[in-house]
Design a protein around this ligand. Structure first.
Ligand code: GDP
Ligand code: MG
Length: 688
C-alpha cells in the first residue's frame, strides 16, 4: 500500500495518505525516511495532533522486531493508529524508516520502526543501531515483538537486536547515571515489553518469560562494559514485561480480546499492570519533542557520541529562546500601546499596573512552557528575559516620571496663582499647601509606576522636582513682594499727593518741614504695611532689608516726582506770579488795587517783587528748618540707595543755580509786565 505512494521531493511520504481526513489526529508522518533523513515537519504535525501544549502529559512508545511479525497490526489495534499493514495478498514489503502516529483519543506518540531487523535480511545493521539509539533516547516503552518460535533462539536475529539495544543504552544512560546528572531510577529507565505472537499455549508464558530473561541476562553479561559500569545490572536500566498473544488467524477471537486486554494496560492508569510508569518518561516537554528528536537523529546520523545531557541542554536553549521570544513579542505588542502616549509627554493613568501586568503575563507565559526544560538553561534565559522586559519598561517608567514631574510642576504653578488671587491670602500657607499637594501627587504617581523586583527609583526625580518647586515659589515670592511694593508705592503716592501740594503752595520757611513730615509719616505707614504683609512671605532678612530699601528709595523718588511736578516751570512761575500778584495787585485786605497817580507804584512793585524773588531759593533746595527732618531717610536706606545712578544729596536740589537764574529772569519779565500794566492803568485813569 505504502509503496504505491509517490514519495515527496524530500523523500518523505505525504501525510494522511488514507485519503483526505478532516480529523488530523489520525494523520501519520514518516519521521525518518528510507534515506535516513529526518522530516522537517514533525513539529507542525505534533501541533496538528493537538499535543504541542501537552507538556509532560504525553507518552512515547516504539516497536521493534523482525519484518512482518505483525508489529503494525498490533500497534493499530492497541492505539487506534493508521500504520501500513502488509497486504496479505501481495506480501509487499512496507517502506523502511520510522513512522509516527498519535494514539487515538490518547496522548501517545507511537513509533513504528520499520525494517529494524536488518540481520534477518542480511542487510543494514546500521539502521538498526541508529533507530535503537533514537528510540531509547525518546521512548518510555520499547515493544519487542517476536514469534513464539523465536523464543530461545539465543543466536537469533532478535537477540542481536537486543544486544544492540543494550549496548546503545549503556552509551546513552550509563555515564549519565554515574555522573549523577540523572538517576537510573528516573529519567533513563526504559520498559522493554516483550510481546510474544502466535502463542499457541503449549509452553506457558512463565516458561517463555524465564527463557527470555535468561537470554537477556546472558546478553547483558556478554557486553563489554566500561570498567566503571562493570557492576551495573540489566535491571538498573530496564524493566522487563512479558505478554503473549494468541494466533491471529487460528484463534482470531481470543487474539482480539487479548489485544484489548493489553490495550487497557496502556490506556487505563488505574489498571493493574499499567505500563506508562512516570519513571520511564524521558522528560522532554511535548513542544520540544520535534527539535529534540531531530537533534538526536542528527547526532546518531553523524555517528557522534550521543550525549543526552548536552542534547537536553541544546533543546532547552532552543526552546527557551523560542518561548522567550514569543512571550517577548506579545509583551512588546502590549508595551507599544503606551510608548507613544508616554513619549508625547502624557502621564498615563495606571501605567504601573499595566506594566506589571504585561511583565507578569510574559513571565507566566515563559514559565508555563519553559520551566519544563533544563533548569539551568531555563533560569538563565529567564534572567535574560527579565532584562529584556525591564529594558523596555524602564524608558516608560522614566518617561512617566518625567511627565509626572512636568505636570506636577504645572499644577503647582497654577495652584500658586489661584491661591494668590484676591487680597486675603497668606503666601506661606499658599506655598506649603501647593507644595504638599505637588509632592504627594508626584510620590503617589511614581509609586504606582514602580514594578516589583526592579532597582528603579524615583527619589532623585522627586528631589529635582522639589528644587524646581522651590525655585518657582521663590520667583512667586519675589513677584508677589514686587507687586506688594508696587501697591504700597501707589498708595504712598496717593497719600502724599495732596498734603505735599498744599505744603508747596504755602511758600513759607517751614514749607519743607511740612513736606518732609508728610513724607516721613506716610513712609512709616508704608513700611509697617510692608512688614505686616511680608511676614507671610517667609522672606529672608536680607530680602526684607533690600525690599525696604527699595521701598524707601521709590518713596523718595515718588516724593521727588511730586516736587518736580509742583515745581515745573509753568507751575512754579504760576506760584511766583500768584505770590507777586497777591502783594502787588491786592491790598492788605485782599481788595484789588486801583492805582492812583499818587500811589507809590515803584515802591510797591519793588517790595512785592523782592519778596517773591526770595521764594526762588526757598523752592530751590529741600531744606527743612527743623534739622531733625534733614535725615528723614534712615542711613542704611540712604546707603543702599546711594547707588551709581542715585546720589541722595543731589536729589535735595530742586533748582540748579542756572535754573534759579532762569526762573528769576522769567519771573522778572512777568513782574515787569504787571508793572507796565499798573502804570498804564494810572495814565488812563488820569486821561479820563
Ligand atoms: P510488520 O511488518 O511487522 O509491521 O507486520 P504487519 O503488521 O504488516 O503484518 C504482516 C502480516 O502478518 C500481515 O499480513 C498481517 O495480516 C499478518 N499478521 C499480523 N498479525 C499477525 C499475527 O498475530 N499472527 C499472524 N500469524 N499473522 C499476523
Ligand atoms: Mg509494519
Amino acid at each position: 500500500f505504502a509503496a504505491t505512494q509517490a514519495p515527496m521531493a524530500n523523500g518523505h511520504l505525504p501525510n494522511g495518505t488514507h485519503g483526505r481526513r478532516i480529523d488530523s489526529s489520525t494523520e501519520r508522518i514518516q519521521i525518518v525516511n528510507d534515506e535516513k533523513q529526518f522530516t522537517p515537519d514533525l513539529g507542525a504535525q505534533i501541533g496538528r495532533w493537538g499535543l504541542r501544549d501537552a507538556g509532560f502529559g504525553y507518552n512515547i512508545v516504539a516497536v521493534f522486531g523482525s519484518q512482518s511479525t505483525g508489529k503494525s497490526t498490533l500497534l493499530n489495534r492497541l492505539f487506534g493508529t493508521t500504520f501500513d499493514v502488509m497486504d496479505e495478498t501481495r506480501r509487499q514489503q512496507t517502506t523502511k524508516g520510522i513512522w509516527m502516529c498519535r494514539g487515538k483519543e490518547m496522548n501517545v506518540m507511537v513509533m513504528d520502526v520499520e525494517g529494524t531487523d536488518g540481520r534477518e535480511r542480511g542487510e543494514d545493521q546500521d539502521f538498526e543501531r541508529k533507530s535503537a539509539l533514537f528510540s531509547l533516547a525518546s521512548s518510555e516503552i520499547l515493544i519487542v515483538n517476536l514469534w513464539e518460535h523465536q523464543v530461545g533462539l539465543y543466536q537469533g536475529a532478535n537477540m542481536g537486536l537486543l544486544k544492540t539495544v543494550f549496548e546503545v543504552n549503556l552509551g546513552l544512560f550509563g555515564r549519565q547515571a554515574q555522573n549523577g546528572i540523572s538517576t537510573i531510577s528516573t529519567h533513563s529507565r526504559t520498559l522493554l515489553l516483550f510481546v510474544i505472537r502466535d502463542h499457541i499455549g503449549q509452553t506457558p508464558l512463565a516458561n517463555l518469560q524465564a527463557t527470555l530473561t535468561a537470554d537477556l541476562n546472558r546478553i547483558w553479561e556478554s557486553l563489554s562494559k566500561p570498567t566503571e559500569l562493570r557492576d551495573r545490572q540489566l535491571s538498573d536500566y530496564f524493566d522487563l514485561a512479558f505478554t503473549a498473544l494468541p494466533h491471529k488467524i487460528l484463534s482470531a477471537d481470543k487474539f482480539e480480546s487479548e489485544v484489548l486486554n493489553l490495550r487497557t494496560r496502556f490506556v487505563d492508569k488505574t489498571s493493574e499492570g499499567y505500563l506508562f510508569k512516570p519513571a520511564y518518561h524521558k522528560r522532554i516537554p511535548a513542544d520540544g519533542v520535534a527539535f529534540y528528536m531531530e537533534g538526536i537523529w542528527e547526532q546518531v546520523q553523524t555517528n557522534k557520541d550521543l550525549d543526552l545531557p548536552t542534547q537536553q541542554e541544546l533543546l532547552a536553549q532552543f526552546r527557551c529562546d523560542e518561548i522567550s521570544a514569543v512571550a517577548l513579542s506579545e509583551f512588546h505588542e502590549q508595551a507599544k500601546s503606551q510608548k507613544r502616549p508616554v513619549e508625547s509627554g502624557r502621564v498615563v493613568e495606571g501605567l504601573g499596573a499595566l506594566m506589571r501586568n504585561w511583565r507578569t503575563d510574559a513571565l507566566t507565559r515563559y514559565d508555563r512552557d519553559a520551566s519544563r526544560y533544563h533548569q539551568g538553561v531555563y533560569g538563565r534565559k529567564r534572567t535574560d528575559l527579565i532584562t529584556a522586559l525591564d529594558a523596555t519598561l524602564s524608558p516608560l517608567f522614566l518617561g512617566q516620571l518625567k511627565n509626572l514631574h512636568k505636570s506636577c510642576l504645572v499644577t503647582f504653578k497654577k495652584t500658586m496663582l489661584d491661591g494668590l488671587r484676591g487680597e486675603t491670602y497668606s503666601f506661606a500657607d499658599v506655598v506649603s499647601k501647593a507644595r504638599d499637594e505637588c509632592e504627594q501627587t508626584f510620590s503617589e504617581g511614581a509609586k504606582e509606576a514602580l514594578v516589583d523586583d526592579t532597582e528603579w527609583s524615583w527619589e532623585d526625580e522627586l528631589e529635582s522636582l522639589k528644587e524646581e518647586v522651590q525655585a518657582v515659589a521663590d520667583q512667586c515670592r519675589k513677584d508677589e513682594t514686587k507687586k506688594m511694593i508696587n501697591l504700597i508705592e501707589r498708595n504712598f503716592k496717593k497719600h502724599i499727593s495732596e498734603p505735599v501740594e498744599l505744603h508747596l503752595n504755602k511758600a513759607t520757611v517751614e514749607m519743607w518741614d511740612g513736606v518732609l513730615r508728610t513724607f516721613k509719616v506716610t513712609l512709616d505707614k508704608a513700611e509697617s504695611t510692608y512688614s505686616i504683609k511680608a511676614k507671610s512671605f517667609n522672606c529672608t532678612d536680607e530680602e526684607n532689608t533690600s525690599s525696604l530699601a527699595a521701598l524707601r528709595k521709590r518713596a523718595w523718588l515718588a516724593l521727588r516726582a511730586k516736587i518736580d511736578e509742583q515745581t515745573a516751570d509753568p507751575v512754579i512761575l504760576g506760584k511766583l506770579r500768584g505770590h507777586f500778584e497777591e502783594r502787588f495787585r491786592y491790598d492788605e485786605q485782599g481788595v484789588p488795587r486801583v492805582w492812583k497817580p499818587t500811589d507809590d507804584i515803584d515802591g510797591a512793585f519793588k517790595k512785592a517783587k523782592d519778596e517773591t524773588l526770595e521764594l526762588v531759593p526757598l523752592y530751590s533746595k529741600i531744606s527743612p528748618v527743623d534739622s531733625a527732618l534733614e535725615y528723614s531717610l534712615p542711613s542704611e536706606a540712604t546707603d543702599s540707595i546711594n547707588t551709581e545712578d542715585f546720589d541722595f544729596p543731589s536729589t535735595l536740589v530742586v533748582f540748579s543755580e542756572t535754573k534759579t537764574m532762569e526762573l528769576t529772569n522769567k519771573f522778572r519779565r512777568d513782574a515787569d509786565a504787571y508793572y507796565v500794566e499798573a502804570k498804564r492803568s494810572t495814565v488812563s485813569s488820569v486821561a479820563q
